[in-house]
Design a protein around this ligand. Structure first.
Ligand SMILES: [Zn+2]
Length: 311
């Protein structure tokens, strides 16, 4: 498969609403192994990709009523079902399947040395172990917030604040697919800001009682980090990763990074992915009022706007 074809298929999968199921992903992956142009794509896979792209037809009928209602509102308004859209997620089995789908793409590439069955077995075990520790899983259409045991699961007020902050970001920067994972301090090695395929991870320490109201003053971050509560900065940064992932335009991100890296935070200088996440956090948390040249350049190039920012 050529990089161009891979990019195009990745874009279809990334924007599909509802997101492709694990089964759909596996069918596409298997077919693509023997194909190098669209002309040689098997008909059934071509049709599946068309369905994923349009988001209509038979796939739409398979949606649960709640998802269908959500997606209709999303398509019509171009924004999130804010305020009332969050519900508790379904059964353990259902959540495991969703998590497997989210992990598959990344791990198929990371472990291309292993046979298909081993990779599937591996991500299945990983998904089961993640779900076991997920004390709270909230869904809003294709969006998800999972909060791991040991952090804030017994704190409705804090959960409410996270939902509200997510609603606000969704109203200005809608993403199609997002799994926000809030982990206890030890499970991610204390690392902040890891992003994968539409997944954002927040270290649970940012939401722990002794930290949750603190301004971060993180010297490696952008100027706004000195004015906002730490976990809100992290949330905005992770959101930036997911919007960039969905836009999937590496050439543009490379060029923005090269032109603007001198004006970015220490962390933003690391690579083009951290750069866009840092610029996003700075721009949105300042409600577009930042003077930072990099944040303003990214906002203009990528069409960011704070016009609809929820009050
Ligand atoms: Zn990051």
């Amino acid at each position: 498969m050529t990089p161009e074809l891979s990019r195009q298929v990745g874009r279809v999968l990334g924007l599909a609403s509802p997101p492709p199921t694990l089964d759909e992903r596996l069918r596409i992956e298997e077919a693509l192994a023997g194909v190098d142009t669209w002309d040689r794509m098997p008909d059934d896979i071509l049709n599946l990709l068309k369905e994923l792209k349009s988001g209509h037809g038979q796939r739409a009928n398979r949606l649960s009523p709640v998802d269908a209602r959500y997606n209709k509102a999303h398509d019509k308004l171009g924004k999130f079902a804010a305020g009332h859209g969050w519900t508790s997620a379904g059964s353990m089995d259902e959540r495991v399947a969703t998590t497997e789908a989210a992990l598959y793409e990344e791990w198929r590439v990371k472990r291309s040395d292993l046979p298909e069955s081993d990779v599937r077995g591996f991500i299945h075990r990983m998904a089961v172990s993640q779900e076991k520790t997920a004390a709270v899983v909230l869904r809003n259409g294709p969006h998800e917030i999972r909060i791991a045991a040991g952090t804030i699961e017994n704190d409705p007020d804090m959960i409410g604040q996270v939902k509200k902050a997510s609603d606000t970001l969704m109203s200005v920067a809608p993403v199609k697919r997002m799994s926000l994972r809030i982990d206890p301090p030890n499970s991610m090695g204390g690392d902040l800001g890891q992003a994968g395929v539409g997944v954002a991870v927040i270290d649970g320490r940012r939401l722990a009682p002794y930290w949750r109201d603190k301004v971060s003053h993180d010297p490696t971050s952008m100027p706004m980090a000195g004015s906002v509560i730490g976990w809100k900065y992290t949330l905005a940064h992770e959101w930036g990763h997911v919007t960039a992932f969905e836009a999937n335009d590496s050439a543009q991100l490379n060029s923005l990074f090269e032109t603007n890296k001198h004006f970015l935070s220490h962390y933003g200088k690391k690579n083009r992915d951290e750069a866009v996440a840092e610029a996003f956090a700075e721009y949105h948390l300042s409600l577009g009022k930042t003077k930072n040249k990099a944040a303003l350049a990214y906002a203009q190039a990528l069409g960011w706007s704070v016009a609809n920012y929820a009050k």
